[in-house]
Design a binder for this molecule. Structure first.
Ligand code: AMP
Length: 398
């Protein structure tokens, strides 16, 4: 078990290095969505209220060369953080050096400072992204304890997570409340679920999600497969799929999985097909009669009903990936249907594993109907694959 911020003891007077995920969308220098900032407030306030000196830092986009720095400064993020917290946030426009060190020394108990984009360190030899040993050591030397609350980068071993955790000293690192929630929901659903556990996987490609399918097949009671990836499985069953998305080099693999998993895998029984990949293309529902010039763009109504039935008794649900091309309203019904079916389960722990399905649920107004919507794209996918996440694994044990 890893330590949580609460296991670090009283933080009064301690300098808390806090890795947050403030990788917010920016347009012309203005923040268009500050969810990631508001989401970190409980962890920040917990430390400040105890009288800690908080040093917050984040990455923002990718910084490859000097010229990227102007548009990737986190100055507007520090400003917004100050508004959200209702208190002054000292911004230091450096990632190392005397000015940063002095500013940290001058912090009083209960005050917060934020320093510049950690990826500014990538311009000269990718020091942040390659977890440069000296950089991790240096950042660790700036504080007493380290709190990682950036789930979105937890699947990467960077200087700003693993580098600091490895150098801050035995017992001095922990996760914050955001990562705690991810571990509580995704971790428990995988390792100790209330059963039946039903997984629903969708999205474009089988090849992107092989490890997720395998891990979930070993843990779940049922695995529903929809979206573009279903056609490779339907082809493996000998069905006609027309010009639907198919990975021909994965058909044998899909057949093996179907043989092994038996009725654990549930596939669509009908498909909304069109002759063109366009929202305006005339469409129809095909049941085992997809024509050669037709392409499956969504699951059909009978599939939604079938999936609802499978979900009915579920006590834990993990959903990753849309059921169709949900970006086109005419082919979003399957994704909406499944989203509704999960949202309406009254007695189940329901989890969306990030990415497009999280976007879909939020856009459709179901955000508060799920027990947990993961904040990580790549990180939640790797978590669902059963991989160890270095940004969490490197933290202190309880
Ligand atoms: P992923 O990132 O793997 O979760 O895939 C999400 C993408 O899969 C979305 O952009 C969907 O439009 C796409 N997708 C879902 N179903 C289909 C389908 N039947 N045909 C083509 N693309 C699809």
């Amino acid at each position: 078990m890893k330590k949580s911020i609460k296991d670090l003891g009283n933080l009064q007077g301690k300098t808390v290095l806090m890795r947050v995920d403030f990788n917010v969308p920016l347009k012309d220098g203005a923040i268009t969505n500050d969810n990631r900032i508001t989401a970190a407030v409980p962890t920040i306030n917990y430390a400040l209220e105890q009288g800690a000196k908080v040093v917050a830092f984040t990455h923002l986009g990718r910084v490859k060369e000097e010229a990227d720095k102007e548009s990737k400064t986190v100055a507007p993020v520090a400003k917004r953080l100050s508004e959200v917290l209702g208190k002054n946030v000292t911004f230091v426009s450096e990632t190392r050096g005397e000015k940063l060190e002095e500013s940290i020394k001058n912090l009083q108990n209960g005050e917060i400072l934020m320093f510049e984009n950690t990826r500014f360190e990538d311009v000269d030899g990718k020091k942040e992204s390659k977890n440069d040993e000296d950089l991790g050591k240096y950042w660790a030397s700036l504080g007493d304890v380290f709190v990682n609350d950036a789930f979105g980068t937890a699947h990467r071993a960077h200087a700003s997570n693993k580098g600091i955790a490895s150098n801050i000293g035995e017992g001095n690192s922990a996760y914050g409340f955001l990562i705690e929630k991810e571990i509580k929901f995704i971790g428990e659903a995988l390792d100790n679920p209330v059963r039946p556990l039903v997984a629903i996987l969708g999205g474009a490609k089988v090849s992107d999600k092989i490890a997720v399918i395998e891990n979930l097949l070993s843990k779940a009671d049922k695995v529903i497969i929809g979206g573009g990836m279903a056609y490779t499985f339907l082809k493996a069953q000998g069905k006609e799929i027309g010009k639907s998305l198919c990975e021909n080099d994965k058909v044998d693999y899909a057949r093996e999985l179907l043989d092994k998993a038996g009725d654990k895998i549930v596939l669509p029984v009908d498909t909304v097909v069109a002759k063109e990949f366009s929202n305006d293309a005339p469409s129809r529902v095909a049941t085992n009669d997809i024509q050669a010039d037709e392409e499956g763009l969504d699951i059909g109504p009978a599939s939604v009903e079938l999936f609802k039935e499978v979900l009915q008794d579920a006590k834990t649900v993990i959903w990753n990936g849309p059921m169709g091309v949900f970006e086109m309203p005419n082919f979003a019904k399957g994704t909406i249907g499944v989203c509704e079916a999960i949202a309406n389960l009254s007695d189940a722990t329901t989890i969306i594993g990030g990415g497009d399905s999280a976007t879909a649920a939020i856009q459709l107004g179901y955000a508060d109907k799920f027990s947990h919507i993961s904040t990580g794209g790549g990180a939640s996918l790797e978590y669902l694959e059963g991989k160890v996440l270095p940004g969490i694994d490197s933290l202190s044990n309880k």
